[in-house]
Every structure is written in C-alpha cells, then in structure tokens.
Ligand binder design. Structure first.
Ligand code: BG6
Length: 470
C-alpha cells in the first residue's frame, strides 16, 4: 500500500534503546549478587565473558547521561534477579535494590521512561540447581520476585516486560550457553519449562494489574514473519507451521491464555505435551497483557520438509541455533533480502509485515523492544567510529515502522538493540550493536571508555525531529 499522505510519528512515541543486565552490567559477583545460569553455563573461550561486560554497574550514571544526550525518551533494560534476591527466593539484597533505584531515578530525572524487563535469560543458578523452570516451585519464586520489584519500583516504573524471548529459550536453549556437561535439555523438558513460564507470566501480569493499576505490562517475544520459498502450497504450509510454532504459539498463550490449536497438536503428536495440573487452564487465563513487545531482527524463508535429517541446518553457521525440523519445515534462501556479515537476514519490509500481522492477531499496542545490526565496529585512529551501515539499517527499519503506523498499527515505540555496546551472546565484542562504543576487546579490558559512534549523532537528530529527519 502506497499512501498519498505521510503519517508522522505520534507525539509521545517512545524513541528508545535497549540492553539486558547480564550483557551490560558486569560486576557479576559484586555487592551480594549471586551467579545466574549465564555465569555458570559454558560459552566460547574465544570471546568476552560476562564478568565485566560493559561495566555499566559502575558507570550507570555516566551511561544514563549519555542516553539523555542522545535524547532517548525510553530505555529498556532488564533487572538481574540475582542482584535483587540472590537466593532466588527469600531475602532481598539492599545493594542490588540500591543499584536499580539509582538507575531508575537517574532515568526519570532525565525524562527517560524506564522500561524494565523482569527476566532476560539470567535465571538464578541456585534455582537452576533445583530444576530451574522444570520445577513448579520456580513459578512461585518468579511471582514473589515480581511482587518484590513491583513494590520496590512500582512508584517509578510504568512499563514492565515479563520474560525476554521465551521462544528463544525454548526453541534454541543453547543460544544462551550450555549447561555444565554441554548437554541441552530435552524437548520434553523444554515444553514443560515453557508451560511453567507461561503460568508464571500470567500470574505476574495479573499481579501487576492488582498492585500497580496505572502500569502496563506485556511479554517480549522474538517475532518475525516467514515467507514460503515458492508459491508451492506445501511451502506455504511449512512457512505457516513455523510461523505458528515459533512465534504465534507463544503469544497466543500469553495474550489469549490458551494453547494454539496447531501447537497443541504438534506437542501431543510428538509426545511433548506438558503435564497440566488442575487449575492451570484458569491460571493461564489470568494473563492479560496491556501491550505486546516484539524483538525483530529478520525474517526467514521456509520450504516444505523433506522428512529427513537434511531438513536441519545451522543458522548462519551457528551450531547453537539449529533451524529446520523433519516433518515440519526446512530453512530456505531468499534472494530478495540482504544479509549481515554474520548471515542474519536484513529485511526492513518484513518488520512492517510483522507489525501488521501481530496487531491483526492481538489488537494490542506494540512496542518494538529490539531491532539492530551487529557489526565489528572499529575505533579509528582519529577516535571516531563510522558505523554508517548501522544508520542505513535503522533508517530503513524506522521508515517501515512509519508505514506500519500509516497502516493503522499502534506502534508505541522503537527501542533498537542496543543503547550501548554489550556482550553479544556468541560473538562477544566482535559483534557490536550500540550507539555508544565501549573501548574494550574480547579479553583486554582497556579503559572501557565510552565513545559516541556516528550513529549516535544520527539517532539524536531522528529523535529530536520525532522521526522527520531520517
Ligand atoms: C536477542 C536477545 O535475541 O538478540 C539479546 O534478546 C541478544 O539478548 C540479541 O543480544 C542479539 O543477539 P546476539 O547473539 O547477536 O547477541
């Protein structure tokens, strides 16, 4: 659809940027913080670990001042459960509370809306040792943790996100590292964990509404659109299979409180259906999100399954992210889209399509909580970082957000990944996303100085003009 009248970004549009606790904070064992699964899992020794990360824990005031200079209207970050309740349940750690209080107050002082994710991949290790999400006790632990956060910070945080990318955790468990021993959980265990997370999430959303009637809360799922490789009907079915099993099934449960039909058939057919306790169906129905958050990086192109092992391939050569499933779908190439140097598909138009589809399905406002391009940005001898590729990538995606707004999709805001360089899950600091460069190497911490990239000045102008200057 080509519109004759341009549709400006609405007043109050949340121009933001994102990070997550374990990727930005560092100070992994300081001030009472306990270890999370991220701290204990196996990761590549060639890339940076998460112990110091971008040292945001010690530099958060300086960082927020940079975010204010950038003009951010919103900052989406996550809270480390292990800082707030190091034992997973029970005692609250005052030093952890003080850190987030400082961060949130500084954001509010600069008029930057804090958007807090309760849990971004970093389950307390002590809970993991007791079975993690497979253990129903973790549901109660999560609800208690959320209750603690709502009572501690509910006065100054109005936007909450429950669980970051639950679909990544379930579909690609190795993406956040492998447990000691290197064996990921079985599919049966993962779908049981998924069920428990959904129960926890539903209760937390209901709790948020009871405790903080003025606040808004929603799930954050990695959401994308799938294209059939050809106009072959079997390819279309395979693309629909995967779009449903990879994305909609998670959002359907979060928004409608019931299992998606196709998803449930898939689970029962393969003996993967979770055990449901009496009362679970009613608990799932308690969850009523106020908005849907989406992390959008790329689309995928799908062909009909050949029904054998050749259906499975590694995404962009990354053995932790396997695509394809016999009898369901296989990944295919799309000659009409670009790729990053890490092999991630670049498809700005796919963002518009995904926004349309998500809104048509859920009729809820949408917040884009991640979108961005990872690249090995280089600090030049003159002290600059010329990340013009990032500007091109973000500009093209913002243009598509504007078109989605013209289509009628109520997009609340755009929070690209990431506000500042963070540890990329698989490529450390060799793959950066931020508007602010952090001067460190994989293992050489250098001075961790903050340096504005070229994209910083560009995004500053975008925000200042409310999206008119792209
Ligand atoms: C998202 C995650 O899936 O992708 C982030 O929520 C992550 O935590 C981002 O960093 C980019 O992925 P990667 O592997 O390049 O760091």
């Amino acid at each position: 659809m080509i519109y004759q009248q341009p549709s400006p970004f609405p007043a109050g549009f949340l121009w933001g940027a994102s990070t997550s606790a374990y990727q930005v904070e560092g100070a992994w064992n300081e001030d009472g913080k306990s270890a999370s699964v991220i701290d204990m899992y196996q990761h590549s020794a060639d890339t940076a670990d998460f112990t110091v990360a971008s040292d945001h824990y010690h530099r958060c005031i300086e960082d927020v001042r940079l975010f204010a200079e950038l003009g951010l209207k919103a900052y989406r970050f996550s809270i480390a459960w292990t800082r707030i309740i190091p034992g997973g349940t029970g005692e609250v750690n005052p030093a952890g509370v003080a850190f987030y209080r400082r961060l949130i107050d500084e954001l509010n002082r600069h008029g930057i809306e804090p958007i807090a994710t309760l849990y971004h991949f970093d389950l307390p290790w002590c809970l993991q040792q007791q079975g993690g999400w497979e253990n129903r006790a973790t549901i109660d632990a999560f609800v208690d943790y959320a209750r603690t956060l709502f009572s501690l910070f509910g006065d100054s945080v109005r936007h909450w996100l429950t669980i970051n990318e639950q679909n990544t955790l379930i579909l690609h468990p190795g993406a956040v590292g492998l447990p000691p021993g290197g064996v990921p959980p079985t599919a049966k265990s993962l779908w049981q964990q998924n069920h428990h997370m959904m129960l926890a999430q539903a209760q937390v959303m209901a709790l948020c509404h009871r405790m903080l009637p003025a606040a808004k809360i929603g799930p954050a799922i990695n959401t994308t659109s799938m294209y059939p490789e050809h106009c072959k009907p079997e390819d279309a079915i395979a693309a629909h299979n995967w779009e449903t099993l990879r994305g909609w099934s998670f959002l359907d449960l979060a928004v409608h409180g019931r299992y998606n039909m196709l998803h449930w058939r898939y689970l029962t057919d393969r003996g993967l259906a979770p055990d449901m306790a009496e009362g679970d169906a009613a608990i799932l129905l308690q969850g009523k999100p106020d908005y849907v958050a989406i992390n959008y990086y790329s689309t995928a192109t799908i062909a009909a399954s050949r029904g054998d092992a050749s259906d499975v391939s590694a995404r962009a050569g990354d053995q932790q992210i396997m695509l394809g499933e016999p009898g369901v779908y296989r990944a295919a190439e799309n000659p009409f889209v670009g790729k990053t140097r890490y092999g991630w598909v670049v498809d700005p138009v796919g963002l518009r399509l995904t926004l349309r589809k998500t809104y048509e399905r859920y009729h809820l406002p949408i917040l884009i909580t991640e979108n961005g391009i990872g690249a090995p940005d280089e600090l030049q001898a003159d002290g600059t970082i010329a990340d013009d590729y990032r500007i091109d990538f973000l500009r093209q995606h913002i243009q598509q957000v504007q078109l989605a707004l013209a289509d009628g999709v109520p997009v609340m805001g755009y929070c690209p990944w990431s506000a500042i360089d963070v540890v990329s899950t698989h490529q450390g600091y060799g793959k950066r996303y931020g508007f602010v460069y952090v001067n460190r190497g994989e293992h050489d911490l250098k001075d961790l100085r903050r340096i504005r990239k070229q994209s910083f000045g560009w995004y500053q102008r975008v925000i200042a003009s409310n999206g008119q200057t792209l």
